[in-house]
Design a protein around this ligand. Structure first.
Ligand SMILES: [Zn+2]
Length: 350
């Protein structure tokens, strides 16, 4: 089968790799219909993630059709369309059961690398299929826009939402979202979904900030403006209670802490890269909490799948380039050059 493989910095190729085989009765094999390229894939693409080795498989956002199920799989059958969160989990260990913290599952793991299939390929072996996968109803499966929205639920929508959950956003909240990538934009959409009253989007790409507006941002702040933090403190009379940091850099996490109001919460959902310090003095003095937020997106998938089906939630505008699987290298390059916000790979027929 064909799948994308990491070969080195700036070098992702579509190679022929072995077809997956089930290794446990709880496995399923999924034929991938659509996969996405994630902003976090750019870390290894740019050589900024030390753990990646040539030969590693890529992609952690996909949906597809069940091709085969193990004897222990009871919830799915061949032919059903399903979405997978970016990590798999058993759904039964204490972290899964006690806190729905599926990303910390004692027996779970992440797609791609050297030990699991990546989502950007024709087939994927899914461990713990019953606990990991979520069914995509017919009404979404055969509607291209809704299916694209469902693809966003596999990571970016759940990730942006988890930032709001960790930051404590509720109806009526004032929220700041730092970053105008797909996760930041989904953070805006999630804040609106939760009923936030004021949503401040911070970024510097006009096309992306236009989507932020469409998603419900009430205020736009240019992140390149040296007075950006002062402006936010001023317009909010002292800072923002709920801050979602959706980039993962030292500068953006510092910015998040600097605009939090006393008693505020900063949730960081971007994978931190090169972040070495935190302003604990300011956090102490102003009772500001800073929380890591690797999103257990499996937790949100059923609710969001229903919301996509009913038309209440439409994150599909974060995707603005569609390519066949063979176009994956072009997709990575387009996202790296900021020519595309997010790429959909069309891998097989729905
Ligand atoms: Zn678990």
């Amino acid at each position: 089968m064909k799948a994308t493989v990491y070969h080195g910095t700036g070098d992702v190729r579509v190679d022929t790799v072995p077809e997956p085989k089930m290794t446990a009765p709880t496995d399923a094999i999924v034929r991938v219909v659509n996969a996405a390229i994630c902003g976090s894939d750019l870390w290894f693409y740019r050589g900024q993630s030390v753990s990646w080795k040539p030969g590693d498989r890529t992609g952690h956002e996909f949906l597809g059709i069940i091709e085969e199920t193990g004897s222990g799989v009871t919830g799915f059958r061949k032919g059903q369309m399903v979405a997978a969160p970016f990590s798999f989990s058993d759904g039964s260990c204490d972290y899964c059961v006690d806190d729905a913290l599926y990303t910390s599952c004692r027996h779970g793991g992440f797609w791609g690398g050297d030990d699991n299939d990546g989502g950007q390929g024709q087939f994927v072996r899914v461990p713990f299929a019953d606990a990991t996968l979520v069914e995509i109803p017919e009404s979404i499966a055969h509607d291209a826009t809704k299916r694209t929205s469902a693809l966003a639920l596999t990571d970016v929508m759940g990730t942006g939402h988890h930032g709001n959950v960790r930051a404590g956003t509720t109806a009526g909240s004032t929220v700041a979202i730092i970053g105008d990538g797909a996760v930041g934009l989904c953070g805006v959409l999630s804040a609106a979904y939760l009923g936030a009253e004021r949503i401040i989007a911070i970024g510097h790409h006009a096309d992306r900030l236009a989507i932020a507006k469409k998603f419900g941002a009430t205020d736009i702040i240019d992140s390149k403006d040296p007075d950006a933090a002062a402006k936010i403190l001023d317009m909010t009379n002292g800072g923002v209670k709920h801050v979602v940091e959706a980039v993962g850099s030292q500068a953006t996490i510092d910015f998040g802490v600097s605009i939090a109001r006393p008693g505020g919460n900063v949730a960081y959902v971007g994978i931190p890269v090169g972040v070495e310090k935190l302003d604990v003095r300011r956090m102490f003095g102003s009772n500001i909490s800073v929380g890591g937020a690797l999103a257990p997106v499996r937790r949100y998938l059923p609710e969001f799948m229903a919301a996509v089906g009913s038309g209440k939630l439409d994150p599909s505008p974060v995707f603005n380039l569609r390519l066949p699987l063979e176009g994956a290298p072009e997709g990575y390059a387009a996202m790296d050059a900021r020519k595309a916000i997010k790429v959909v790979l069309e891998i097989s027929a729905p």
